[in-house]
Ligand binder design. Structure first.
Ligand SMILES: [Zn+2]
Length: 388
């Protein structure tokens, strides 16, 4: 089967163009190095951290059906092979083969990899470059750096200084920073920097907790605000987790409209803010992208997990957001199936949408191809300042 068999026939000019476009994936994670156990595979193929009762149950979803339909043939199986046959074949071929095959078939030519979550189980940036053959840049999660600093031993008074010097060092060659404040306290936090005094008191309490429990998870609102504003002093593009994610978050507190005042503040500092995932708030994110100079959006993660319905989500992301402010991301973590589907469903969804604009006479072919190239490739390089 041709790897572009997903194209609806007859394909229009935008679908044809997107089929061959090398994509820049501006928010993604590494894939697992070893063959996953069935339990670990079922966990990764669902976004929830609750282990499904069986492989069949785990794959009784849009992403499960899409994997069986579109990924199975890349591993030599019939389209829509059973979940059991799929998993068996994947294990038989081995992680190295499956990783290389699916990452290459994704056609992603440049990954911005965020390394802050369970980084010991997955390939880091150099491993991903090797297994995919693509260019790789890194994004640094600020909370992970703060937690490392706490574990390495610092004082309440010294924390602020140790954090910023550790972050500056770790992110020296990174293209951007990322915050998961949405996971820890939601986005409706006080959008002003805390005072030095407040940071010292909060750091004292937290470090004592880290000392007594050995656990370093940072969840104090004062500290989280400090990490964001200290991070902003480095003047790098800043990714924020928005919307859809695992049940560690309260989704109702992940609407990007809740951080409108922080966005204003970052706009005044000329810091680009990337609103990641955004589902089901992609329309609110599109509004913010239209209103504020510094806002960029994507619908990554929602694309691969919504399978045959992903086109509708992509279409909503193109309602209000200016076309130079929409980015592509897969937000795949662990499974190369998610990377492949993120890219394939993006190509198909955006291609069908733009071809429908051309067919109706709304858009010229040139305009459609320009927007396809921008969203798939050029926008990320421009937004992160990587154009020469
Ligand atoms: Zn992510």
């Amino acid at each position: 089967m041709s790897i572009n068999a997903w194209k609806i026939q007859p394909a229009g000019p935008a679908s044809d163009f997107l089929a061959d476009l090398g994509l820049v994936d501006h928010h993604v994670h590494g894939v697992v190095r070893e063959n996953p156990s069935v339990e670990s595979f079922t966990n990764m193929i669902t976004e929830s951290d609750r282990t499904p009762r069986s492989l069949d149950e785990a794959m009784n979803t849009q992403v499960g059906f899409a994997t069986r339909r579109w990924v199975a043939p890349l591993l030599g199986l019939e389209p829509s092979a059973s979940a059991g046959d799929y998993f068996h074949r994947r294990i038989e071929l081995g992680a190295d083969h499956v990783n290389a095959t699916l990452l290459k078939a994704s056609g992603i030519s440049h990954y911005f990899i965020e390394t802050g979550y369970r980084g010991d189980e997955i390939y880091g940036p150099s491993g991903m470059a090797e297994v995919s053959g693509a260019k790789v840049d890194e994004v640094i999660r600020i909370e992970t750096i703060a937690e490392k600093v706490a574990l390495s031993g610092t004082s309440a008074k010294g924390f602020a200084e140790s954090f910023i010097s550790a972050l500056a060092k770790e992110s020296e060659n990174a293209v951007g920073l990322k915050s998961i404040v949405a996971y820890r306290i939601g986005l409706d936090f006080d959008p002003t920097p805390p005072s030095d005094q407040e940071v010292e008191v909060a750091a004292g309490k937290w470090l004592a907790e880290v000392e007594s429990t050995g656990k370093s998870r940072v969840s104090d609102p004062v500290l989280l605000r400090h990490l964001i504003f200290a991070g902003a002093s480095l003047n790098k593009p800043f990714q924020f987790h928005i919307g859809y994610g695992d049940p560690d978050l309260h989704l109702d507190r992940c609407d990007p409209l809740l951080m409108t005042d922080l966005i204003r503040d970052f706009e005044s500092r000329n810091i680009p803010v990337m609103l990641l995932h955004t589902y089901p708030y992609q329309r609110n994110a599109g509004y913010l992208a239209q209103m504020f100079r510094n806002i960029f959006i994507d619908v990554g993660l929602a694309i691969n997990y919504s399978g045959a319905r992903s086109g509708a989500i992509i279409a909503e992301s193109l309602e209000l957001a200016p076309f130079h402010k929409i980015l592509f991301s897969s937000d795949a973590w662990g499974l190369p199936e998610l990377t492949y589907l993120g890219a394939m469903l993006f190509r198909r969804g955006l291609g069908e949408l733009l071809d429908s604009f051309i067919a109706r006479g709304d858009w010229s072919v040139n305009d459609a191809l320009g927007v396809a190239r921008a969203i798939g490739h050029d926008n990320a390089l421009a937004a992160y300042g990587l154009t020469k």
